[in-house]
Write a protein that binds this ligand. Structure first.
Ligand code: FAD
Length: 402
């Protein structure tokens, strides 16, 4: 495995960095820095999405035939790293990284033609309806039912923890189409238009006071038969494909290293004990260094996965390893921020978002203002996309052969 960049890749990186310097407005960078939730709010993400779309770089992880720029996995990594270091807002992951690849692989030509361009233009905003009240880790036990009625499917049931459902006009979801089959075999994958009666979205407020997730109730919701993706009963296969992308489809290390670099820079200015700064606090700096080493180790693993993909090998269960390590590190970052800011970080502004003209005035600086929300919101990392315990079980079974 050769992990050094080639001359062509270094030129490519320079091109990306120049573009970011010219085209990524400071306003969006500020917004991204002050985003403490898992996803960026659509108003922030969509502006950046439009800039990248105009440039032809939005679908950077998509094959060229579907509008991707035809980049290699290494180029994608270089792009993600440069974006993280420049504090670009997070793009809509659910449509670009999860649904897009599903439609490329399992969608009909009609579905691809109808949905992919609207993902790119931002005309459609998607949410993911997989989890239910008693079906999270044990997703295959889900109970939402879909019953065929003429040319339509009629869906009844409920979904839980549905991120950004309150912004979404479409939801991709799993529903049971066969009650009698083995539980994995009876599930199908649907594309649901949320702009219809029968769909109720109820907010769930997060620990830090953010509205990011919801409960969604489906009452005789109509889905045309042409909006089932794949075959009837193929939903579980598609869900596994999608979840592998959810766990390993992004490189987490660049953003983590960028966060840690900010903490290191701020440590030089934050007062510590006596006349010292936090950068002179040996225990704090040792904790920071441990996190940096782990993030660098994660980066090596992510590069190894990219090298595999470039050589035609699927990433497989290594993605669980990445999800596990990245989630723990995210929480480590939140803890370091709280240690860095001490009492100054013990504030939770009630107004959202924490950027823009209507942002609440930061007490004791923006860094202090985002410390507690970051800490609290990062708790979710070891839960969504499969909990740590579930990832460990996958690693034990498929990597260690236990
Ligand atoms: C912020 C956030 C956003 C989310 N967004 C979405 C979304 O957009 N769409 C969506 O569909 N879902 C979403 N989820 C749901 C997420 O995928 C589930 O919460 C997750 O899969 C865990 O399921 P659960 O909450 O039902 O917990 P449970 O599965 O009930 O787990 C409870 C505890 O038991 C442990 N446990 C369960 N089974 C096992 C086992 N077999 N072995 C060992 N330990 C086990 C778990 O690790 C956990 O600690 C989101 C969750 C969060 C927190």
């Amino acid at each position: 495995m050769d992990m050094a960049f080639t001359e062509a890749e270094r030129i490519f990186r320079d091109e990306i960095e120049t573009f970011l310097a010219d085209q990524l407005p400071e306003r969006l960078r500020d917004g991204a820095r002050a985003t403490t939730t898992v996803f960026a709010e659509p108003n922030l993400a969509s502006e950046w999405q439009a800039i990248l779309h105009r440039k032809g770089w939005l679908a950077y992880s998509w094959p060229a035939e579907f509008g991707g720029p035809g980049w290699t996995p290494v180029q994608r990594y270089i792009f993600e790293k440069a974006c993280a270091l420049a504090h670009a807002p997070e793009l809509p992951v659910l449509s670009l990284k999860l649904l897009g690849p599903v439609l490329h692989r399992f969608g009909t030509p009609e579905q691809q033609a109808r949905y992919l361009p609207k993902i790119l233009s931002g005309e459609h905003y998607w949410c993911q309806g997989f989890s239910e009240a008693s079906s999270g880790s044990d997703l295959a036990s889900l109970k939402t039912r879909a019953v065929r009625s003429g040319d339509d499917w009629i869906l009844n049931g409920s979904k839980l923890w549905t991120t950004h459902a309150h912004f979404a006009d479409h939801m991709f979801c799993l529903a049971r189409t066969d009650q009698a089959a083995r539980k994995q075999a009876g599930i199908s994958f649907f594309l649901v238009d949320m702009r219809q009666k029968g769909i109720e979205v109820r907010p769930i407020m997060g620990l830090a006071g953010d509205h990011e997730v919801n409960a969604v109730f489906l009452d005789d919701v109509v889905v045309p038969a042409c909006d089932m993706v794949g075959e009837e009963g193929q939903g579980w296969t598609i869900a596994k494909f999608l979840l592998e992308n959810e766990r390993g489809g992004s490189c987490h290390a660049p953003a983590l290293l960028a966060d840690l670099a900010i903490i290191r820079a701020q440590a030089a200015e934050r007062p510590g004990e006596g006349n010292e700064t936090m950068a002179q606090d040996a225990l704090f700096m040792a904790r920071l260094a441990c996190a940096e080493f782990e993030a660098q180790g994660l980066e090596m693993t992510e590069l190894r996965i990219l090298s595999d993909i470039a050589n035609g090998r699927p990433p497989g269960p290594q993605t669980s390893l990445v999800k596990l390590v990245a989630s723990n590190l995210k929480q480590h970052v939140g803890t370091l921020m709280m240690q860095l800011y001490g009492y100054a970080g013990l504030q939770l502004a009630r107004t959202r978002p924490l950027y823009g003209e209507n942002a609440p005035r930061p007490a004791l600086g923006v860094g202090a203002q985002i410390a507690a929300p970051t800490y609290l919101n990062n708790r979710a990392w070891t839960i969504f996309g499969g909990t740590n315990e579930v990832q460990r079980s996958i690693i034990a079974r498929t990597v260690l052969g236990l």
